[in-house]
Ligand binder design. Structure first.
Ligand code: PLP
Ligand code: COI
Length: 341
């Protein structure tokens, strides 16, 4: 294992590294082609592609994990396939059959096996599937052709420090509109988040928190991750809204909170002026895993949950359970793990 790549796995951050092979499949005349692995990490598309002008594209993010015995496994790739297809429907792109999506993930992981970080380093191989509208087109309409791709990158923590608590500030700007594309994983939502993110970071925060775009009173997203809070009376609470990206990590945590930690789970409004109902809070997602929220700045005041330096006990237990399942140390609920063979 890892003979030909020399990477300091423990020092990896969430940054791009070129790996050996990536998967590409093209859609034309109503059908996807067979798809293949290619070496070239550059793509050549029409200057008039809808992906470039009208944001007709979407993407996904999932990880391959090395288990204690050296096997490699994926965490719930079927859920990423389903979400990709929901995003595709929202921006009028062709769907990708779930089996083809999972097979492509497997092919990319196997082809880049040397880049799957060793067990115990905490690092993983991040897979980035995407669909983009390509082909010559000028008017605002769906593209005549589409491209599906997946590339793989070995990564470490998304937020500096991994499981160390970080602080967030509340954004004035929105990433999505009330009936817009917030629930789809489309690039436009992320373009809209670049400026508020940059402003938050300049002011010393890890990222910003978005409120519901209609009333600006309820928490929606924590940067590119979902929000959860733990109440004094042992409830796992997470916001519900049509403009939140439905996080696969979040829905997995809701299951684990109820079935492994015996917490009551509530998906409901989390009012930004009622933060003291939570004794712990966190951000969750594929890249963020679980990042404990130390404090949230709102209207010039920092509201601290458990601690700015220490992880709360429930957050820690949720993290250990989730990550234990992902790395194959803890038995997973049926259907969550796909072995790469
Ligand atoms: N929210 C946003 C805006 C995201 O980009 C992501 C990342 O995919 C998430 C939440 C977390 O979703 P998941 O747990 O499926 O990775
Ligand atoms: C993910 O967690 O997979 C994301 O997509 C978050 C971010 C890197 C865009």
């Amino acid at each position: 294992m890892s003979k030909k790549v020399s990477i300091d796995w423990a020092k990896l951050s969430f940054a791009y590294t070129k790996t050996d092979l990536r998967y590409v499949s093209m859609w034309k005349d109503g059908a996807w082609d067979q798809g293949k692995l290619v070496e070239d990490n550059m793509i050549s598309i029409s200057e008039a592609s809808t992906a470039i002008h009208y944001g007709q594209q979407c993407f996904e993010g999932l990880k391959a994990y090395r288990t204690p015995n050296g096997d490699i496994q994926l965490f719930r790739p079927d859920e990423n396939a389903k979400r990709l297809n929901r995003s595709c429907r929202r921006v009028m792109m062709p769907e990708m059959p779930i089996e083809k999506f999972i097979d492509a993930c497997m092919q990319v992981v196997k082809a880049n096996e040397d880049y799957v970080p060793p067990y115990g380093t905490g690092a993983t191989l991040y897979l980035r599937p995407y669909v983009i509208g390509v082909g010559h087109n000028l008017g605002v309409r769906p593209a005549p052709e589409f491209m599906f791709g997946i590339f793989a990158v070995p990564v470490g923590p998304y937020f500096k420090g991994g499981m160390a608590p970080v602080n967030f500030t509340i954004a004035d700007m929105d990433r999505a509109a009330p009936y817009g594309t917030g629930a789809a994983k489309v690039g436009g939502n992320y373009a809209g988040s670049l400026l508020p993110h940059e402003e938050a970071v300049k002011r010393g925060f890890a990222d910003c928190i978005y409120l519901d775009p209609a009333t600006h009173t309820k928490i929606e997203e924590v940067g590119a991750a979902n929000f959860f809070g733990i109440t004094k009376d042992h409830k796992f609470v997470t916001p519900v809204s049509p403009s939140i990206l439905p996080s696969i990590t979040k829905y997995s945590l809701m299951y684990l909170a109820e079935n492994h930690l015996n917490l009551t789970v509530e998906e409901r409004a989390c009012h930004v002026d009622a933060l003291d109902e939570f004794v712990e809070a966190g951000a969750c997602g594929t890249a963020a895993v679980i990042t404990p929220i130390g404090g949230i700045e709102y209207k010039g005041k920092l509201h601290v949950f458990h601690s700015e330096t220490e992880v709360g006990p429930v957050t820690k237990k949720l993290y250990d359970t989730l990550v234990g399942i992902q790395f194959g140390e803890i038995e997973a609920p049926e259907g969550w793990i796909y072995k790469v063979k």
